[in-house]
Design a protein around this ligand. Sequence first.
Ligand SMILES: [Zn+2]
Length: 110
Amino acid sequence: MIISTHELRENRKHLIDQLTAFDGKILRGSVIESFKKCGKPGCKCVTGTGHGPKYSMTVNFPKRKPENIYIPLEYVTQVKEFVSNYHQFKEIVEQICIINRELLKRREEL
Ligand SMILES: [Zn+2]
């Protein structure tokens, strides 16, 4: 079944609304959970998993070293949500691009 050009534009509007709904709550990167050994002799962390968890995020860049940012405990849930939102955001952007390519193939107004 072929989707009409009108429908394509309607779908695109819907996708744009979804992007807007994120309200800028996006973050690119990944959240890292770590447990550190403090090095103090006799500390329980010597045998255990280490102190923590502590959280940070890593952001990769094409031509420079990754950026690491410490995440205060009270922001961890929010940061994880923003990171998850980013993946959805990107997926929606791709969907919009697919529609725009289709419009271009049909030689319809973009
Ligand atoms: Zn320790």
